[in-house]
Design a protein around this ligand. Sequence first.
Ligand code: HEM
Length: 202
Amino acid sequence: MKTNASRPVHRWPVRLTHWVNLFAMVCMFMSGWEIYNASPLFDFRFPPAVTLGGWLGGAIGWHLAVMWLLVFNALCYLLWSLFSGHLRRDLLPLRLAALRHDIWLTLTLRLRHRHGHYNAIQKLMYLGVLVLGLLLVLSGLAIWKPVQLYWLVAIFGGFDIARYVHFLAMAGIGLFVIIHVLMVIVVPSTLWAMLSGGKREG
Ligand code: HEM
């Protein structure tokens, strides 16, 4: 049996589901933006260059097809994380004192990255994006099947509110991705670890 120290930074199920998720997310964002353009909630439209599907019907086709990949992949990640101990060992516990401490280290430019150990801010970001992902899928289901899933629509407070929730959850995940990729640029060795497994730091 592998000890914690001899385990790679990211085991293969995390790496595989992470990169499949990236592919699925890009397709979902781009096709979602095309669907949004057909009936915008706000006073702007997304440029055609960043949309997918070509027209409303094509975009809905992409969105509903890739949705299955996104949900299946997320379920694989969540079940594996739960039963392998990844969730309990690497993403939890998240304590307020640790968060305050790590925010202070960040503000004073002293927060170090140790391969194989998530700091409290990373834990908050990763757990937060998982919650946003759940909200995105549930609000998406509500606006996809509002008649059959009327109770889900009611939980969101109505069809129109579910649409806003879906958009805002997308925007939250978009913001996460921007910060996440900036952090990877700051510590590029994390990218190699997410591709190859990497070596844990003590
Ligand atoms: C170009 C896009 C992306 C790049 C380059 C990237 C890169 C990475 C890297 C290098 C890590 C490991 C960080 C570390 O060890 O400190 C990581 C972890 C993670 N990323 Fe990304 N990522 C991308 C997109 C995404 C997206 C779209 C999501 C979700 C919406 C996401 C969610 C996560 C999560 C939840 C983790 C923690 C995984 C775990 O340990 O269970 N990433 N990412």
